[in-house]
Design a protein around this ligand. Sequence first.
Ligand SMILES: Nc1nc2c(c(=O)[nH]1)N[C@H]1C(S)=C(S)[C@@H](COP(=O)(O)O)O[C@H]1N2
Ligand SMILES: [Mo]
Length: 233
Amino acid sequence: MKKSGKVAEKGRYANRIPGKCLFLLLSLLLFGCGTSNDGDTSETGLEELTKIEVTEYEGKDLSSLTDFRENSIKGPQYIDIDSYKLTIDGLVEQPVSLSYDEVLDNQKYTKVVTLHCVEGWSVDILWEGVLLADLFEGVDVQASADTVIFYSEDGYSTALPLQTIMDRQLMIAYKMNGVVLPPERGFPFQLVAEDKLGYKWIKWITRIELSDDADYEGYWEQRGFDNKADVKP
Ligand SMILES: Nc1nc2c(c(=O)[nH]1)N[C@H]1C(S)=C(S)[C@@H](COP(=O)(O)O)O[C@H]1N2
Ligand SMILES: [Mo]
C-alpha cells in the first residue's frame, strides 16, 4: 500500500492543476534554482497548499492546515490511491471494499469543526466529506452492532459508538480548507470526530469494522486515554 510521496501527490494535484508545465513553472518561481529539493516532496507540498487553502468561511477565520502538530505514532503515511481500498466489514450483511472514487460517489457535506488535541492545541478547519451513515447504508448493518472500529494504514485504531456516529451525523473528510487532504493530514480519509478529542480523529483510514465490542480500546485508549474522549466545554 505504501508508495512514495510523489504518487500521492499525483493523485492530489491531478484535477486541480491544468498542466504539468504550469506546475513545474510554479515550483521554479516559488523555490528558485538555488534551492535544492532532496526528494522529500511532502513538506514542500504542505507549504504550497497554504497558498491556496480557504482561510475564512461564512465570516469565521479558519486555522491553517499547517497549524496541526504532526505527532502521529509512525509519522505521515503515503497511500497509493490506485490500489487503495476502504473496507467496511464486521457485523454487516454486505461487506464492501470501496475505491477512493466509490467513496466519493456519495453526497458531500461541508462543515467547520474544531479538532482539540489533548496536548492543548486546537484547529478550526473547513471539512468536506461523506457521511458514515451513507456508507453504512450500502452494507446493511446488523442489529447487534453497537460499535464502530476504525483502522489505519499505520496500525493505529480507535472506536466510537454507532449511536454517536448516527446521532452526530459524523463524516470522513477527504478535503480540508478546500484542498484534498495532504499525506500529513491523513490522505485519503480522516474521521471528523466532532466533539471528541483529537485521538478519535483517525487519519489514513483503511478499514471500518461494525462490532458489538462496546469496550474496544484503540491505540491511545489502551494507553490510558478516556474511551469517551468528550471535549469538555
Ligand atoms: N492513523 C493515525 N491517526 C491519528 C493519529 C495517529 O497517530 N495515527 N493521531 C491522532 C491525534 S493524537 C491527533 S491530535 C489527530 C491530529 O494529529 P496531527 O496533528 O498529527 O494531524 O490525529 C489523530 N489521528
Ligand atoms: Mo492528539
